[in-house]
Design a protein around this ligand. Structure first.
Ligand code: PMP
Length: 338
């Protein structure tokens, strides 16, 4: 029994990915972060960021947590904030899925949608949220904090102290590789630090979608991005505070055409319905498995649940507009009628 929803965050199972494992001769295991109460890996960041602010005395009952987010961090923060008696004000780019915006409103976040513009633009969602937090801190008598997930290392600490430890225990220390995409870098750099502390033999790989700049940075030192991806919540263009001091052993650049068929097969063949960033992660895990050879155990992250993208990733009309592969079953009409 958990005293509240907060204690239900973390301790997610590791699930063997059958086809990926069989095709590579490795054990490819997914950390089922979609089983967190807010249905994503970002519940952990939400909890550690709010815990850290409380420890520093920055929040009082009724206080406000402000954040700029692609959605999942906003959901994680709101789950924790509601359970602890805080408000959340969430700034989200209007390009993010309707399902995430609906979930935020349902949970009671005060949602502000802004046009999606690059980070260097002062009207970028992250910068808008920072300014808003500053204003609210002056006017709200209960205090307001900016969660600032990209540069708040309470995010990375959460993964060092929980995700990495769980992976180590769940694999009995037999983990050879870890692979993840990057939004803030909290997951990749945090799990890498936690696992490398346990064993110097663990290989860590970055899986970057097109449109992100880190693959280029870690292979030739240049922050340069090309192309685009329909995945949400990942694809970073700068070295965030959470990434500082981190270097991957391998870096992969994964096109959507490689990642999405994995997601489509998983829902049809393995009963796992997952979001697009998870496709990038698993594609990266398969590449690392090929790099290391058969017999290794590789862990990656199942970041969030697929229903969060029903209107995009699992919608043939949407996929068609992006010229992306549409699995045959997605267009098929039901065969049984009554
Ligand atoms: N996948 C999804 C769906 C996400 O929302 C996020 C976080 N924005 C990530 C992956 C990446 O996690 P992190 O911020 O820890 O790099």
């Amino acid at each position: 029994m958990h005293p509240s929803v907060i204690e239900a965050i973390g301790n997610t199972p590791l699930i063997r990915l059958r086809r990926a494992s069989e095709e590579t001769g490795c054990e490819i295991l997914g950390k089922a972060e979609f089983m967190n109460p807010g249905q994503s890996v970002k519940d952990r960041a939400g909890l550690f960021i709010i815990d850290d602010a409380e420890r520093k005395g920055l929040l009082r009952p009724g206080g406000v947590v402000v954040e700029g987010t692609a959605g999942n961090t906003g959901i994680g923060l709101t789950v924790v904030a509601k359970a602890r008696g805080y408000r959340t004000v969430i700034v989200i780019p209007d390009t993010q899925s309707q399902e995430k915006k609906d979930a935020l409103r349902l949970l009671g976040a005060e949602l502000i949608e802004v046009p999606a513009v690059p980070y260097k633009n002062p009207n970028n969602y992250v910068k808008v949220s920072g300014r808003l937090a500053e204003q609210l801190a002056k006017t709200d008598s209960n205090g307001a904090i900016w969660a600032n997930q990209f540069d708040n290392i309470a995010n990375r600490d959460g993964h060092i102290r929980t995700t990495a430890q769980e992976i180590w225990t769940q694999t009995n220390g037999k983990v050879d590789g870890f692979v993840s995409a990057v939004g803030t870098g909290g997951t990749l750099a945090g799990v890498a630090a936690g696992l490398r502390e346990k064993s110097r033999n663990v290989k860590v790989a970055l899986a970057d979608p097109l449109g992100a700049a880190l693959y280029s940075y870690y292979t030739n030192g240049e922050l340069k991005a090309e192309g685009s991806s329909i995945t949400e919540g990942i694809g970073q263009g700068r070295i965030t505070a959470n990434l500082e001091g981190f270097t991957p052993d391998f870096s992969y650049l994964i096109p959507d055409e490689e990642a999405l068929p994995i997601i489509f097969d998983l829902v049809q063949e393995e009963g796992l319905c997952l979001g697009g960033s998870t496709g990038i992660n698993i594609a990266g895990a398969i590449r690392l498995a090929r790099e290391l050879g058969p017999g290794h155990t590789i862990v990656t992250v199942l970041c969030d649940y697929g229903t969060r993208y029903q209107s995009k990733l699992f919608n043939p009309e949407f996929l068609r507009t992006k010229n992306l592969p549409i699995p045959e079953w997605m267009d098929r009409q039901p065969e049984i009628s009554v």
